[in-house]
Design a protein around this ligand. Sequence first.
Ligand code: B12
Ligand code: SF4
Length: 438
Amino acid sequence: MKIALILVKSKVYGFKNRSIFFKRMPDCSTLGMLHAVIKNSFPEIEIELYDETVEIVKKEKIDADLIGISAITPCINRAYEYARYFKNKGKTVFIGGVHSTLNPKEAKLHCDSVVVGLANDTLPALIKDYEEGKLQEFYYQDKNMSFENMVYPTRNIYAEKSFFADELNMVQATFGCMNMCGFCVQPYVCLGYHKRPVSDVVEEINRIKDDYIEFYDPNLAKDKEYLKQLCTAMIPLKKRWFAPMTISVCYDEELLALMKKSGCCEILIGFESVNQDSVKSINKKFNTVEDYKNCVKTLHKYGIKVMGSFVLGLDGDDKNSFEKILAFVNNAHIDFVRYTINTPYPGTPYFEQMKESGRIVETNWDYYDCRHCVIKPALMSKDELEKGYDLLWHKTYGFFNIIKRLNYGQSKVKFLKQVIVNFVFGVVYNSMMFKKYY
Ligand code: B12
Ligand code: SF4
C-alpha cells in the first residue's frame, strides 16, 4: 500500500511564496511526525511526502491508495480543493490538522475521513480500518492518549526537498494550554494540557544533531516546576534553545537562571497589547502592562532575548494604538517583534461570540492568516486596522527604529549582529508580506 501525505500552503500568505530564501526552508514538523507515526506501526507501507511550502507539488503525478492532507485554517480551502481533486480520481482522502480538528463536520464534506486532534494513535487506527475495508468518517483523539514514549518525528525528510539539508530541529514537550486566552485555539486542539516525561524529551533532544533546538510548545512555561526539571536535565546536553512562553516566567528568577544555564537564548512572549483593557478583553489575566518593561529588563539581565508578539485590533485598541505599541517596543528594547491582527478562529467560542454579535465580516478562511481583518473592530474601521498593521511592521523594522530598539547596552558585536538580523528580516518580511496579489 502507498500513502501520500500533503502539507498545503495558503493562497494568501506571501512570505513563503515570494522569498527565494524562505521558500525552501521547512518550518513545521507535521509531515515528519506523521511519517514517523505511520512507520512506527506499519514499517512496510510506502509513504510519499509533499510539502507545498517548500516545493511545487504536481498533483497529477501523485498516485497513492490513501491521500492524507494537513492544513491550518488559512490553508484549508486549498486542502479541500486537493481533496475534491483526489476524490474525483477515486482515491480515499483524509484530512487532519488544527482547522479540521476545530471544524470536523465542515472538513468531512470534502473528504472520506477526518482525524480530529493529535494523530499519534488515530492515524494507525485509520490505516488499519482502511485495510480492513471499514474506514470511519471521524477519528477522535482518545482522552486517555498516552504522552509517554511518543515517537520522534522523522527528521531527515527534507534532505532532498530543501536547500537546507539539515534535519528538523523542532521538539514539543507539552501539548495544549488551558490559560483560555480569548483568541487562542490551544485550549481546544488536543483535549487539554499534556506533558511528556522529561526523560523522554531529553532523550529526543539528545539525538538531534543540531545544537539549536526550537520548542514548538504553545507555552512551555505553563507548569513552572516541569520547566525547571526540563532545564536541569538539559544542562549537560549543551544545546541552545528557543521556546514560546508567557510573561509569568519573568517573576521567577530561579527559573530564569536555570533556563539560561540550560541554553535558553530567546523566548517568545505574547504581550498582545499595551492597553490593559485590550488585554482584559482577551482574558489574558497574567499580563500586567505596567510590568512589561521591567520583565524585558529582567530577561536581558539573564542574557535571554525577547521576541515580543502583539495582537492588533483588540477591543480596547483605536487608531492611536499603533504608535503607542511602536513607542513601547522601542523603549522596552524588545529584540524581535511580530504583529498579528486579531483573528477569531472558526470552531472556537471566541468565533461564536463574534458571530452572535454580528462582528464577523469575512468567512473566506483564506483570509484567516492574522494579517487580514476578518471582524468589525470595536474602535476603528477594518481598513484603519489593516493599514495600521502594515505601517507598524514597516516602521518597526525601519533602520532608525531598529537602532533605537536594540540600543540597550549590549556589547557592540551583539548589537551589530542584532541590527543586521533585524534589518534583513525587516526587508525580506516587508517586501514579501505586503504585496497584494490575491
Ligand atoms: C510551525 C508553525 C507554523 C509554521 C508553518 C505551519 C504550517 N502548517 O503551515 C509557520 C511559521 C509558517 C506558521 C505560520 C502561521 N501560523 Co502557525 N504554527 C506553527 C506551530 C508553532 C507548530 C506546528 C507544528 O509543526 N507542530 C508539530 C506537529 C507535529 O503537530 P501538528 O502540526 O499539530 O500535527 C499534529 C496534529 O495536528 C495532527 N495533524 C496535523 N496535520 C495532519 C494531517 C493528517 C492527514 C493527519 C491524519 C493528522 C494531522 O497530527 C499531528 C501529530 O499529532 C503551531 C503551534 C503548535 N504548537 O501547534 C502554530 C499554529 C499551527 N499556527 C497558527 C497560526 C494562526 C499561524 C498564522 C496564521 C499566524 C501566525 N502565527 O503567524 C500563520 C499562517 C501561515 C499560513 N500558511 O497562512 C495556529 C493555527 C490556528 C488555526 N486555526 O489553524 C497555531 C495552532 C498556533 C496557535 N495560534 O495556537 N505557523
Ligand atoms: S497562554 Fe498562550 S498558548 Fe496559552 S491560551 Fe494563552 S495565548 Fe494560548
